[in-house]
Write a protein that binds this ligand. Structure first.
Ligand SMILES: Cc1cc2nc3c(=O)[nH]c(=O)nc-3n(C[C@H](O)[C@H](O)[C@H](O)COP(=O)(O)OP(=O)(O)OC[C@H]3O[C@@H](n4cnc5c(N)ncnc54)[C@H](O)[C@@H]3O)c2cc1C
Length: 402
């Protein structure tokens, strides 16, 4: 049963991009400003010294975006490019170091192209991915993405998640009408059932309020702000335990590898020219302790014997090196309470098991839907129209994803 689900997920990811491609809007894109330079860890923060919220061309803000992860940063660029004045608030501008969001499916890459963000997978040692290899009981087979009809650049991409996010943030701040500020949003500012902006704490500890006709909450899987905007029904069937393998080659170069192991799957994919990510699915919500050595023991005795021989030594070395990370695998259906003035996006809105490798693709697809939807509404201060547009977002996105 579990394996049917996994094979289904792999096949769905292989085919999903074909469907998403058929919905491409083909909208032409123009870039309007030169790139700001952002170092990996020392972000150039346009509003760092500000004490009174966004200063966007002496005028007010159209959209506040909470969180500059994959969804928030890509959305800021997209709406900024459409002429919106965007205030993007992110609690930590240093390069994230995480085991999530490392493999973008070809459908997600096509969305990047549609949004004008495809160069964000350049210069980060991203690897092209052309399909999956499935392993079970010592046998294996390869499933390729049906890419024949696409230009040569169209493929999946795998990378360090933090490097990709820094590129997206850099791209967003290349637009003069997008302001990126380091700050932690503490609450939504609500008046008579309408969201009018956010309360937030700046990097220096100042408590400020920012106003805009539209606030998009993209604060990720641990979202604190989604409670008033949806009914969060989060399921955690398992955790992923992450390792980085070095000095080895995958049996199938430039492919994701899914080992249908016992009791649950193991994934391998490249995240740079020299590193391979291994994610071990561990059922349940609690993983064996790393600190007392139970995790190493589990990985060496239960998991290692099921790892393809080509990767075995590197797998054991990675365990001995000790950099073992874990993340809960969450799923949460989209169940929004349509709220005037606010929208949820990314993992704050909905989540699926990471085995599908679809989270970033869904976020990018939703961004394209929102951009196209809002495009005719030039003045977001028209509260009545905005409210109607936002309600139709929830319907339209389903059409795109099914
Ligand atoms: C183990 C694992 C593996 C995964 N692998 C893949 C994969 O291979 N491919 C794929 O497509 N998807 C994958 N996913 C899913 C993918 O990571 C998410 O769908 C994607 O990262 C969602 O982007 P996001 O912008 O919503 O959240 P994030 O990228 O997490 O961004 C949220 C941002 O909000 C900021 N923030 C949070 N709270 C506040 C606040 N109060 N104020 C200001 N800022 C705030 C955070 O600092 C962060 O920068 C995986 C998930 C998991 C758990």
């Amino acid at each position: 049963m579990v394996y049917q689900y996994i094979v289904g997920a792999v096949v769905a990811s292989l085919l999903g991009f074909v469907l998403s491609y058929s919905f491409r809007s083909g909208k032409k894109i123009t870039t309007r400003a030169s790139m700001d330079q952002i170092t990996r860890n020392g972000f150039v923060n346009k509003l760092d010294n500000s004490t009174c919220g966004p200063e966007i061309a002496g005028s007010t803000t159209d959209v506040i975006i909470v969180g500059a992860g994959v969804a928030g940063a890509a959305l800021a660029y997209t709406l900024g490019k459409d002429g919106r004045r965007v205030h993007l608030i992110e609690r930590d501008l240093t390069e994230p170091d995480r085991i999530v969001g490392e493999l973008l499916q070809p459908g997600g890459y096509l969305k990047l192209v549609e949004l004008g963000l495809e160069d964000c997978v350049n210069e980060i040692d991203a690897q092209n991915i052309y399909g999956y290899a499935l392993f079970k009981d010592g046998r294996n087979t390869r499933l390729s993405y049906p890419l024949e009809k696409f230009s040569p650049d169209v493929a999946g991409r795998s990378f360090h998640n933090g490097r990709f996010i820094q590129r997206l943030r850099e791209k967003a701040t290349s637009l003069t009408n997008v302001s990126l500020e380091q700050g932690t949003v503490t609450a939504l500012l609500e008046e008579k059932g309408t969201v009018k902006g956010v309360h937030y704490k700046t990097k220096t500890g100042q408590e400020l309020t920012a106003h805009a006709p539209l606030t998009v909450v993209c604060d990720g899987c641990f979202s604190n702000l989604r409670r008033s905007l949806c009914k969060p029904m989060v399921d955690i069937p398992s955790c992923f335990v992450g390792l980085v393998l070095e000095n080895c080659d995958l049996p199938y170069a430039n492919h994701g590898h899914v080992i249908l192991a016992n009791p649950s799957p193991i994934l391998f994919y490249p995240i740079s020219g020299t590193e391979i990510r291994c994610l071990v699915d561990v059922p349940g919500q609690k993983v064996p302790s790393v600190a007392n050595g139970e995790m190493s023991q589990y990985l060496k005795t239960v998991v290692a014997p099921q790892v393809p021989p080509e990767l075995y030594n590197a797998f054991i070395s990675a365990i001995d090196k000790g950099n073992i990370r874990s993340m809960p695998n969450r799923s949460m259906p989209a169940a929004p309470h349509p709220t005037p003035g606010a929208l949820l996006m990314g993992d704050a809105f909905n989540m699926r098991h990471p085995l599908t490798g679809g989270g970033m693709t869904v976020a990018l697809s939703d961004i394209a839907v929102l951009r196209d939807l809002l495009s005719p509404l030039r003045n977001l201060n028209d509260a009545y129209s905005l409210c109607n547009y936002l309600e139709s977002f929830y319907t339209l996105r389903k059409v795109m994803l099914h």
